[in-house]
Design a binder for this molecule. Structure first.
Ligand code: FAD
Length: 279
């Protein structure tokens, strides 16, 4: 494949193809006081071999991180561990990853994908009994998410709040930025009022400042997270000011879907160029 914008940018957004690449970037982040939230790239996997490769890669990754004393969490996409085939496959593999990660003292996040997987992803998360070491992502652009947040909070789950990265229909999702932001703020307030531990995952400085301000009063176990290559200088600043910060760090060969989502969000070329020269 030739040189394309997404290929150039993928280098900023992705650690590299191998576990070693992820460990190297994780160790640089750790030096800046930041935890790496490592994701092995891959989604919508339907063949047994690729699914098994994904599960085994996460298991090797957590063992390696433990050996290196690396401060990481992992972020797993349900459809890379079998959800596109069926719930039983996803449950079996989720458990294998949770067991290995738990033994290594590593927290496991479930990413949230397309709308068609939301119910099953929440059911998968709530089915697991190891919630102390596991969290789930919720997307503020979905109209249903406030209800999901209440359900997960009542079950003492840990939520990572994002705006949402997929294209969804207007019957089920907010489309205007102002509406998404309003729902994000609403969900954030709910978390401050009803949850002890949660993650605010955004590059939106206004949301982050609001959360920092709210936490001065609430003193929750709050962490922030950003994606590799986007506003990471700001992430380092937050970390130096004493906030808990994680950076989502993808690695692997299957970078195209991830890179397209980031390209779409960047929305204009000047924003992209600014980010290329940012750090
Ligand atoms: C740690 C983490 C985990 C995530 N996990 C998931 C998940 O599981 N499921 C899911 O649907 N989504 C996930 N996302 C993506 C998220 O839903 C948004 O699509 C993404 O974070 C952009 O939205 P924003 O919150 O930064 O706000 P926005 O309002 O979109 O952006 C705020 C500012 O951030 C900067 N910015 C944002 N994106 C870019 C970009 N691509 N290039 C350059 N600048 C940019 C711009 O300065 C922009 O003004 C995750 C995001 C993070 C940070």
């Amino acid at each position: 494949m030739g040189i394309t914008p997404e290929r150039i940018l993928a280098g900023r957004w992705i650690a590299g193809p191998r576990i070693e690449d992820a460990m190297l970037v994780a160790s640089e982040l750790n030096k800046a006081g930041i935890k790496a939230m490592v994701n092995y790239l891959g989604e919508e996997l339907r063949d047994e071999e690729s699914i098994e490769d994904a599960v085994k890669t996460y298991i090797s990754l957590v063992k390696r991180a433990r050996k290196n004393n690396a401060r990481i969490s992992i972020a797993v996409k349900p459809t890379q561990i079998g959800m596109s085939i069926g719930m039983e496959e996803a449950k079996r593999n989720y458990l294998r990853i949770l067991e290995a990660a738990g033994t290594a003292g590593i927290f496991t996040w479930l990413d949230m994908e397309n709308y068609m997987y939301v119910d099953n992803t929440i059911n998968l998360y709530l089915w697991n009994r190891r919630k102390a070491m596991a969290g789930i992502c919720l997307q503020a652009y979905l109209k249903r998410s406030v209800g999901d947040l209440k359900r997960i909070t009542k079950a003492e789950g840990t939520v990572r709040l994002v705006k949402g990265a997929y294209r969804e229909g207007e019957e089920i999702s907010y489309r205007k930025r102002s509406e998404i932001n309003r729902n994000y703020r609403k969900m954030m307030r709910y978390l401050f009022d009803n949850s002890q531990r949660f993650m605010i995952a955004t590059h939106d400085k206004e949301m982050i400042s609001t959360a920092v301000r709210m936490n001065k009063r609430s003193r929750k176990d709050l962490s922030f997270a950003m994606l590799k290559g986007i506003n990471n200088r700001y992430a380092k600043k937050l970390s130096s000011e004493g906030m808990k910060v994680e950076i989502y760090l993808p690695f692997g060969e299957r970078w195209i879907d991830y890179a397209y989502r980031r390209l779409r969000e960047a929305s204009n070329i000047s924003l992209l160029i600014r980010h290329i020269f940012d750090e």
